[in-house]
Ligand binder design. Structure first.
Ligand code: C5P
Length: 279
């Protein structure tokens, strides 16, 4: 039996850093949604633990101990599964590539073996719990407090990565923002994507400035997206370098993606609907 699980890119529409724990981890308040682009993890019974990687972004996937699929399999105590990964998401990109793969692995192994996914998956990565949900979520704590967000409209967006990896610990280390304000207590229901973009404009990604210090190309990507025709809101996702812009409709998102791809053929550019299983 082969189990195939889609591992969508996660996008942080907001990412407020609200504090820091004694162990160094940062407290966050983030509105997370999922794209319709992603990786695909397949699991079948195997002799030993193996991983075969294919797809357009296969080149940068780490093999061995640090691979998030093998880590997730070991976390479940599995040593006899053959995994295949179809890699479409750039790595170290702020859209949860490795985390999405780890979450998909937990789901695939759970189905293959008929076992439950453990309640505490945080040791595999702070974004693993939200990726397991795969739906529009308000995420807080360091990633363990999750609440459904309903009332988001259809969101058409363009994701752009300049094909440079950004180290998440490096960005957190350089974080200087002392704003610390969370999002408002209530995330309103939005009638239109323009309403959503207006509300998002008052929120932040507190990691943007630090990410630009680590990788100045992030500023260039933000600027290119800000100039795209029909763009309503532009922001970085996670710790970068992927940034997104929200558009009023699918046609403008597609047009902008085409234009940016033509101008920057070496960049990773995708138009996508953002949402999740609950939208
Ligand atoms: O858990 P994850 O592997 O995604 O985190 C990578 C690194 O990012 C952590 O080791 C930590 O330095 C930083 N981080 C943080 N606060 C978070 C999430 C990650 O400081 N909430």
């Amino acid at each position: 039996m082969a189990i195939r699980v889609f591992a969508p890119a996660k996008v942080n529409l907001t990412l407020h850093v609200t504090g820091q724990r004694a162990d160094g981890y940062h407290l966050l308040d983030s509105l997370v949604v999922f794209a319709d682009v992603g990786d695909v993890v397949t699991a079948v019974d195997g002799a030993g633990l193996t991983l075969d990687v294919t797809g357009p972004e296969a080149g940068d996937v780490p093999s061995g101990e640090s691979n998030s699929i093998l880590q997730a399999a070991r976390f479940l105590g599995v040593d006899d599964v053959a995994f295949s990964l179809e890699k479409h998401l750039p790595t170290a990109a702020g859209i949860g590539g490795g985390t999405a793969d780890a979450s998909a692995t937990l789901q695939a192994v759970a189905q293959l073996r008929g076992v439950d996914i453990p309640a505490d998956v945080l040791p595999l990565g702070a974004d693993v719990p939200v990726c397991l949900r795969g739906c529009a979520t308000r995420m807080s704590g360091i990633g363990e407090e999750l609440a459904d967000v309903d009332g988001l409209p259809d969101i058409w967006a363009v994701l752009v990565n300049p094909r440079v990896g950004v180290s998440t610990p490096e960005v957190f280390k350089r974080l200087q923002s002392k704003d610390n304000r969370p999002m408002p207590d209530e995330i309103p229901a939005f009638e239109t994507v323009r309403d959503l973009a207006g509300w998002l404009a008052e929120q932040r990604n507190d990691l943007e400035a630090a990410a630009i210090e680590v990788q100045p190309k992030v500023a260039e990507v933000l600027s290119v997206l800000q100039q795209a025709v029909g763009q309503l809101l532009t922001r970085m996702s996670g710790s970068g370098a992927t940034c997104f812009a929200i558009f009023s409709d699918e046609k403008s998102a597609k047009g902008a993606a085409q234009e940016i791809s033509t101008q920057h053929p070496d960049w990773w550019v995708r138009n996508t609907r953002l949402g999740g299983k609950n939208l």
